[in-house]
Design a binder for this molecule. Structure first.
Ligand code: AFP
Length: 322
């Protein structure tokens, strides 16, 4: 199996970007180790703090965030970082070529039950004419990402990453401590019989999504004429990994549960990186109004409607909104 650096060189990735990716992955190796040890130590449960989004922070979230932040800022490669766990962006090296947005531990409700969690990251080039403490640097559309990926801390620790030349799977090989290429150019099947959505929100959805999901549930007795299965891991990393492996549609649609917050998932460190990975694997990543990666962000913690996965199924879902 090929090691990470030669695999990236094969895709003509710039040397500076390779160095930054290696820095990110050094943090993920430590997080992977700490996640595996968390039930032995004092890293379970919650702190008493809430993050900017009003969610109680889990101790592992805080540890992972500090690790990521420190290693990235010390590296000198980044001009600024922004994280789910930080209120605003944090300035780095004024001459840093890149900015990184990340969710240090996605799916934190799974921590206490020893279930799937992961780290999501998204890299853009840093604008040269802006100061390192100017968080407006992060207001760049997803199609300008130069790299995106996630690391899944599952039975195997897996890296899924794109630099714009396809989406590749890597596995952490603990015998030599590095990531090895497991599958190049993953392709998401265009058709599927599997959907992922939090069904408990059904009564809060808009009519098109209610109708679409009802037709999936009707199976071969309804207009779709085929049966569908449902899966929900409650960690986007896990659900998107399944979609990348065997197809499916994943949605967190608009809902009316909280009038001030019609969407749940975050654009910069959830929807955009996953959109880049999926599009590079032949899938679609949309809102009911258009392509996720074309959204011009207005804030670093912006939330967005998400409908992504197997091409034909996403198109069918969107046809209900016309
Ligand atoms: P956390 O990282 O705060 O646990 O959020 C996970 C998440 O943003 C995403 O990874 C899941 O798909 C989604 O929330 C799960 O949402 P529900 O809790 O509504 O099922």
């Amino acid at each position: 199996m090929q090691r990470l650096a030669p695999a990236l060189r094969q895709d003509n990735v710039a040397l500076d970007l390779i160095s930054l990716i290696k820095t990110i992955l050094a943090a993920t190796k430590e997080i992977s180790f700490r996640v595996s040890q968390a039930h032995l130590g004092d890293l379970m449960g919650s702190t008493l703090d809430e993050n900017i989004q009003g969610e109680v922070q889990k101790k592992l979230d805080v540890v992972a965030n500090e690790l990521f932040k420190d290693i990235l800022l010390e590296s000198g490669f980044v001009k600024a970082i922004s994280s789910e766990e930080e209120d605003t962006s944090v300035a780095g090296n004024d001459d840093g070529k890149y900015i990184v947005s990340f969710d240090p531990l996605d799916g934190s409700s799974n921590i206490d039950i020893n279930s799937l969690i992961g780290t999501i990251f998204s890299i853009h080039e840093a604008p040269k004419d802006m100061a390192a403490d100017d968080s407006d640097m992060f207001k760049q559309a997803g199609h300008k990402q130069v790299c995106a990926g996630y690391v899944l801390y599952g039975p195997a620790t897996m890296l899924v990453m794109t630099t714009g030349s396809g989406t590749h799977f890597y596995v952490l090989d603990r015998t030599h401590g590095g990531y090895l290429l497991a599958e190049r150019n993953v392709q998401v099947p265009v058709d599927t019989q599997e959907f992922a959505v939090n069904m408990s929100n059904q009564r809060f959805w808009q009519t098109p999504m209610k109708n679409y999901i009802s037709d999936l549930i009707a199976g071969d007795t309804g207009p779709r004429n085929k049966n569908f299965n449902m899966r929900w891991i409650a960690a986007m990393v896990g659900d998107i990994h399944r979609v990348l492996c065997r197809g499916g549609i994943f949605t967190y649609p608009t809902d009316s549960k909280n009038a001030e917050q019609p969407y749940k998932l975050r654009l910069m460190y959830e929807a955009n990186p996953m959109a880049f990975l999926l599009e590079q694997a032949g899938a679609l990543a949309m809102t009911s109004k258009g392509r996720i990666m074309d959204i011009e962000p207005s804030s670093i913690h912006q939330r967005v409607e998400v409908i992504m996965g197997s091409k034909n199924e996403v198109e069918t879902c969107l046809s209900y909104y016309k």
